[in-house]
Design a protein around this ligand. Structure first.
Ligand code: FMN
Length: 274
């Protein structure tokens, strides 16, 4: 257990509130690879969090809005007393809890070329292993600095799917989908808005390809920032302040066939110079 005093800092953009560790957690916690989860207290308030690497052996830990409130942090530098220990047991448990997964026999280029948006679904439910495979595909997407800021809210409750479908004409297919996955970005993990969008988009496309590869069908439903639908999703799903919904994937067993189109466009390619 490490015990130290430090300051809570708000970065210049005002979007990231964090503490900087006065030691190299990779060395001190003997964890050279992978995410470092830590537990402890800040001024006696307990926390569980993931450290963010800043390069050069430096790590920070973000302080989310609810923790800021508990600490009475008002946006100015604040001295705090920290206890911190690695959450080794939990990490081992998390790894040993990797669920059973499905496989796809379709090659990646064929999957990319034959994927289409599917908006009609049968009533057949999605198996657990297929659902987990889709979720895992989102988790394997590239993300800026490997921060993995995405959260995935799985919706299988019919009333909730209907409510989300009825509140947005463009997402009406959610009402007939076996499942919806709300892909969200964590603003405390990735402070740059454009990177959150890019990271979530990469996750969504990975998941759509996986859905297609598994013989399912799905469609990307965009969630516009600050739209009424965005507000409704935040509200209905009780999303914390740091979590921003980016898209909902509606998917299920397909009840329509859509053919692949030829999308090669030579005019969009520029060699060496425009
Ligand atoms: C950012 C984004 C938002 C989208 N939002 C919706 C949507 O709200 N409703 C919908 O039916 N399709 C939506 N789509 C799917 C597109 O309509 C679809 O990908 C496009 O028409 C091309 O068809 P394809 O996916 O079959 O190749 C969205 C796609 C993207 C990339």
């Amino acid at each position: 257990m490490e015990i130290f005093n430090t300051e809570i800092i708000k970065d210049e953009s005002g979007r990231l509130t964090y503490i900087e560790l006065p030691f190299n957690a990779k060395e001190v916690f003997d964890k050279q690879k992978g995410a470092i989860f830590v537990i402890g207290t800040i001024n006696d308030v307990p926390y569980r969090n993931k450290l963010i690497s800043r390069g050069g052996g430096k790590q920070i830990m973000t302080i989310d809005k609810s923790m800021q409130k508990e600490l009475d942090f008002i946006g100015e530098k604040m001295s705090v007393h920290i206890t911190m220990a690695p959450e080794n047991n939990e990490i081992e448990n998390e790894n040993s809890l990797i669920p059973s997964l499905s496989v796809s026999s379709i090659d990646v280029v064929t999957a990319i070329k034959t994927r289409r948006s599917i908006r009609k679904f049968t009533s057949e439910p999605i198996s657990e292993s297929m659902l987990n495979t889709v979720l895992q595909s989102g988790m394997y997407a590239p993300s800026a600095k490997g921060k993995c800021p995405c959260h995935f809210v799985v919706i299988q409750n019919r009333d909730m799917l209907m409510e989300l479908s009825e509140s947005n004409y463009n997402a009406s297919m959610l009402g007939g989908a076996a499942c919806g996955i709300v892909v969200c970005g964590d603003k405390n993990i990735e402070g740059i808005k454009e990177f959150i969008y890019a990271d979530c988009a990469a996750a969504v496309q990975n998941m759509l390809l996986s859905i297609h590869g598994l013989g399912l069908g799905g469609v990307w439903c965009g969630v516009r920032a600050n739209s009424d639908w965005h507000k409704l999703i935040v509200n209905k799903l009780n999303l914390p302040l740091k979590v921003d919904p980016f898209a909902i994937i509606a998917f299920g067993h397909p009840d329509e066939e859509r053919v692949s189109r030829e999308l090669w466009d030579a005019s969009s390619v520029h060699y060496d110079i425009w």
